[in-house]
Design a protein around this ligand. Structure first.
Ligand code: C5P
Length: 193
């Protein structure tokens, strides 16, 4: 039976770093589901058509990491038909052998409610903006505004809003190094496995 690790949380919480490292640790496949929405937003045109026709190569575009791509992703991610078009791919990925790590906003609640391990990774707004500003070489205040706007939209939408699953383990990384956060996340998954 494949083993699924679902990791959700707001932008720049550290969930992507933790997801990648956990996948490496356990020898599992990893899917950054934010890339799907970023690609749909970046493709332009009708987002529903873009989501239904999404190709693996679309996830390799160079322009997906920018703040603008994040905002565009968050707008198309509120469209129910866009989300519906991406469900099967994510669920199939979640059943990869011997296991899979998926990170996003609705993995523990909607995509993989049966996941063996569910983590909800958070950090304070200031810490998240500081990390993202460092990564993108951008202004902290501007990034902070952008993150808050995106989180508010992701948490308020009607379909699959960003929220922890009832059975998710909360991991606040504000005062943790990457190594400390990872040690806690892996220890939890090892207990379940
Ligand atoms: O994680 P990342 O910042 O790349 O996600 C970009 C946007 O994609 C998020 O702000 C959110 O609107 C959307 N998203 C989502 N559901 C997911 C992953 C991402 O709605 N599972």
């Amino acid at each position: 039976m494949p083993f699924t690790i679902a990791i959700d949380g707001p932008a720049a919480s550290g969930k992507g770093t933790i997801a990648r490292a956990m996948a490496r640790h356990f020898g599992f496949s990893h899917l950054d589901t934010g890339l799907l929405y970023r690609a749909v937003g970046a493709l332009g045109g009708d987002p529903i058509v873009a989501a239904r026709g999404l190709q693996p190569a679309d996830l390799e575009r160079d322009d997906l990491r920018s703040a603008e791509a994040g905002q565009a992703a968050s707008r198309v991610a509120a469209i129910p038909e866009v989300r519906a078009a991406l469900v099967d791919f994510q669920r199939r990925f979640a059943r990869s052998e011997p296991g899979a790590v998926l990170d996003g906003r609705d993995i523990g609640t909607v995509i993989c409610p049966e996941a063996e391990v569910k983590l909800y990774v958070t950090a304070s707004d200031q810490v998240r903006a500081g990390r993202r500003a460092l990564e993108l070489g951008a202004d902290v205040a501007q990034i902070l505004t952008e993150l808050r706007e995106r989180d508010a939209r992701d948490a308020a939408r009607d379909v699959a809003p960003m929220r922890p699953a009832d059975d998710a383990i909360m991991l606040d990384t504000s005062d943790l190094t990457i190594e400390q956060a990872l040690t806690q996340a892996i220890a939890h998954a090892e207990r379940v496995r």
